[in-house]
Ligand binder design. Structure first.
Ligand SMILES: Cc1ncc(COP(=O)(O)O)c(C=O)c1O
Length: 389
């Protein structure tokens, strides 16, 4: 299969999985690169401006806004969805250009309010579906709400074996509403350069390198990982320079990345079925009184979030589960994960998002891709851990 044929195949699978058209999908090496293209084009067409977004996210979702010369305006979250919920007219002014609608861990629910809000204030609605590849927020008629939708095949996302790759969906309605913006994004996405030889080598060796590192004792692993990143041998999920609002030049995929994406997309259905089944188990069987179940949604989540009464209890449960051999994530702690080196550079003021600040310290995210027997063990361990006053 040639590179072009593999791109077309991915577009067709994405379209089939989401009831969309293949030509509306554009590929890149990482979702953050596609986001950079989107925000850059937005800045070039509309000039300086603000983007409403959430601090309950990865730093790689904020950098594309900053490097484009736009200003992120952080909205507080609701713990029930771990994302923006209350849309406030007072957050919008003449300079506001867009709003990001992030489906944290794949919690989509009913987000029709976002479309109405975007229409009311003439904003571009950008959906972050990085945690729920091929899934979209839709209205009651199944119409996609967003103007632009971001999807990721990268590390710690739904497809565990691809490690690289992202896709941007451009809603054909955007072509009518904002033809210049649509054309500029499409043109720039189509012109992305392929990874150079060294990057391509890092991509190829990533899985083996990472598997090797995982076998080492924690102290050795962290030291060697750092040294490999410095020496340019390992592509980390987040580079240290990305905590300083910097990002590499956006790149497209290559034939190797496409091959991995295709084989992973072929398992997407069973992947989502397994995640759904695990979400149901957690929802039905987690009974401890020292935390709240967050998600009430019947969705195949990337991980299942639970909210502890305080940071100490969350940390205690985290240590107990990790020492039992489970890989538990603290999405997103610290906020704008793994945290900016200078909050000022990120225009982030923690006082303005107190719920996000508090929630991030108290959330644990349980894996949803394990065999049922292991999920049951996690449930037993958590239920057995006594709440301490
Ligand atoms: C919410 C969110 N958006 C975007 C991204 C960027 O995805 P990628 O790693 O494919 O660049 C991430 C990655 O961590 C994310 O968590």
């Amino acid at each position: 299969m040639t590179y072009e044929e593999s791109c077309e195949k991915i577009r067709q699978i994405l379209a089939k999985n989401s009831n969309t058209n293949p030509e509306d999908w554009f590929l890149c090496m990482k979702a953050r690169f596609g986001m950079a293209v989107v925000f850059n084009a937005l800045r070039d067409i509309k000039g300086d401006g603000k983007v409403l977004t959430t601090p309950y996210t990865c730093i790689t979702a904020i950098n594309p806004i900053l490097i484009s010369g736009l200003t992120p305006v952080y909205q507080d979250i609701t713990p029930e969805f771990l994302s923006t919920y209350k849309l406030k007219d007072t957050d919008v002014d003449k300079k506001t250009l867009a709003i990001v609608m992030q489906h944290t861990l794949g919690m989509i629910g009913d987000k029709t309010r976002f479309r109405k809000f975007a229409d009311k204030h003439n904003l571009i609605l950008i959906e972050d579906s990085s945690h729920c590849v091929t899934r979209f927020a839709r209205d009651e008629k199944d119409k996609i709400l967003a103007d632009i939708s971001i999807h990721s095949f990268g590390v710690e996302k739904v497809l565990v074996g691809s490690k690289f790759g992202g896709a941007i969906y451009l809603n054909p309605e955007l072509k009518e509403r904002e033809p210049d913006l649509y054309e500029l994004i499409a043109k720039r996405m189509n012109r992305l350069k392929k990874p150079g030889k060294i990057t391509a080598l890092r991509v190829r060796t990533y899985r083996y390198n990472n598997a090797l590192l995982q076998r080492l004792p924690a102290r050795m692993r962290n030291g060697l990982r750092g040294a490999e990143i410095k020496a340019g041998l390992l592509e980390p999920a987040v580079y240290p320079f990305e905590q300083d609002a910097q990002q590499d030049e956006p790149l497209s995929t290559n034939t190797y990345i496409n091959k991995r994406i295709i084989s992973q997309l072929e398992t997407l259905k069973p992947n989502y079925i397994r995640r759904h089944a695990n979400v149901d188990l957690y929802r039905n069987r987690l009974k401890s009184s020292h935390f709240k179940l967050i998600s009430k949604l019947q969705e195949p989540l990337l991980a299942f979030p639970i909210l502890f009464e305080n940071a100490e209890k969350a940390q205690k449960a985290y240590e107990m589960l990790t020492s039992s051999g489970y890989f538990i994530r603290r999405w997103y702690y610290p906020l704008i994960y793994p945290g900016p080196n200078k909050a000022k550079l990120y225009r982030y003021d923690p006082k303005k998002t107190p719920i996000a600040e508090k929630t991030a310290k108290c959330v644990l995210c349980l894996p949803t891709d394990l065999p049922i027997i292991q999920t049951n063990q996690i449930i037993r361990l958590i239920n057995d851990q006594k709440s301490e006053k």
